[in-house]
Design a protein. Sequence first.
Lengths: 352, 352
Amino acid sequence: MMPVIDYSGRIPSLRKGLVKRGLDAFLVTNETNISYLCGFPGKDSVLLLTAKEKYFITDSRFIEEAQENVKDFNIKLVRASTYETLCALIKKSALKKIGFEAMNLPYEVACRLGKLAGRQKLQPTKDFIEDLRSVKDPAEGELIRRSIRLTKKVLAITIERAKPGVAENVLSRDIELLFIKNGARAAFEPIVASGANSSKPHARPGNTGIANNSFLMIDIGCSLNSYNSDLTRMVTLGRVSDRFKKIYDIVRKAQRLAIEKIKPGVRISDVDSAARRYIQSRGFGKYFGHALGHGVGMDIHERPNISKCSNGFLRPGMIFTVEPAIYLPKFGGVRIEDMVLVTNSGCEILTA
Amino acid sequence: MMPVIDYSGRIPSLRKGLVKRGLDAFLVTNETNISYLCGFPGKDSVLLLTAKEKYFITDSRFIEEAQENVKDFNIKLVRASTYETLCALIKKSALKKIGFEAMNLPYEVACRLGKLAGRQKLQPTKDFIEDLRSVKDPAEGELIRRSIRLTKKVLAITIERAKPGVAENVLSRDIELLFIKNGARAAFEPIVASGANSSKPHARPGNTGIANNSFLMIDIGCSLNSYNSDLTRMVTLGRVSDRFKKIYDIVRKAQRLAIEKIKPGVRISDVDSAARRYIQSRGFGKYFGHALGHGVGMDIHERPNISKCSNGFLRPGMIFTVEPAIYLPKFGGVRIEDMVLVTNSGCEILTA
């Protein structure tokens, strides 16, 4: 049976945050955030949430579906422009301080809205709903587990097919086909990179056959029922060099050290450091340029960001990747990526 | 043979525009625009273009590929943050007036950049590169024709498969599979909407079988070699009602009237009006809520927007959709969508 998302607590949580920030309304423009709050895709629509009212504002292309599906919202049809409709509501409700998503709204639109509604009324905010989304409830956790199950199934088939001579882009394309046949979609263009091509963290699959006595990086994930998964595995073909084995072991140990750190209350940057310091201590620090991981949920990359600059702390219910790596130009790269769930006492590796 | 895009004139065109606008540099953050200017995907990268220099600024994930592929650009590796790297270049080059893409850069990022670089140095612009992109050169035209050819092929197969009892979402999924098998990707979730479901302009395919003695809206497009196509056809199954035939004929005539208007120098809003007025004159004006069409190229929706608010004029080489429609709630909708190329004397229907 499909897990049922309970939306009822989400707007109350958001309203609590509004009070704390001294806002009397919030404008949601990020499509995923709209969907998170009302269960309906947010394309070209916006939400305006006040202490008492919830408006879903959309145009003629989506109005009929919105009326059928967006329950408990006051649905408003845009006639001239979204922002004129919005300003009329701001006036009518006599709103004084409206938060908006400053990492989502383009500069031009924010300025236009400021001119229409009064600039002093608009308050830029960052990561407000994203932080709510970073902690998953059990139904979300179950949906992510299903997404992972499918990714692992497709990965197993792909590893089976990865024989010398098969082209990277054929394997990558077949991954996309398998996801669609299973009712999902690839969350990103699957990365299938053999040998030296794997030294590029986001390598594009090439059309030459993969070589024997080499290694292959496969980084895949899917979106299934609106929830994502993300997983990287290294596959060896024939004999591999001692150099590969050496960096593989370092990356594997770095990942273990990071995962051992994970439990509620831990500073997020310390998780990144646990892996990064070990890689540095083995002399490969400059070959690990990206962050250790990222949250995964309705977006394939979301909060929390697991990097050396992350100020926050781990909380139970967070789900994110742990993906240390070493990329050696001209030689190739090793990345091992798993997804973990922060539990009450530590963490569970969801992709084990 | 694959048409070869000639990038050599693009930066000079942009620099001419800079001079006209009194800018001494331009910051490109829109991914498609980056790709248009340098032929390399712009994910998480930015371009800074001055009168003399061209910088491609990216981080460790993309640096190796950029160094191999982005020719004639000065490639800069981001160490701490993109905007610190950028500001260092702005200082070094003593830039005074830098245009940025105000519909692309989030408010938060524009403000942060303003603080770092000096707010008075930053000049919001709109549709600068988008307007250059709205006129296609012959190689781009040929790539769009190829994309259309594939969409038509997939459409023909889909029409063949559209029998009573087959579910909308099975047809939609098969369209996605066919595109991938042909080296492309669906440009958007294919719309397959039968009967009353088609009254929603962006209907989501359902899982119930399509009925006999009904009609089906199929709106599909693909992205092939970075260029898109977009096409909507109505398919009838068995006998259809006189009401359907009536609105179909109105939409068809509205489309013909709009297409007859198209030639260089015509005000874009007049093309929209030609179709809209006819639909209004037949009493269905309020059931045609969206714009008449949109440009198609590297993005599936791009300039020119063909709406009643469009101030510009048609120019040879523009490629866009003409898609009048009538949507009757509870009954269903009719949309007919073709792509046209503005020629020197009129237009060519690319999807005929």
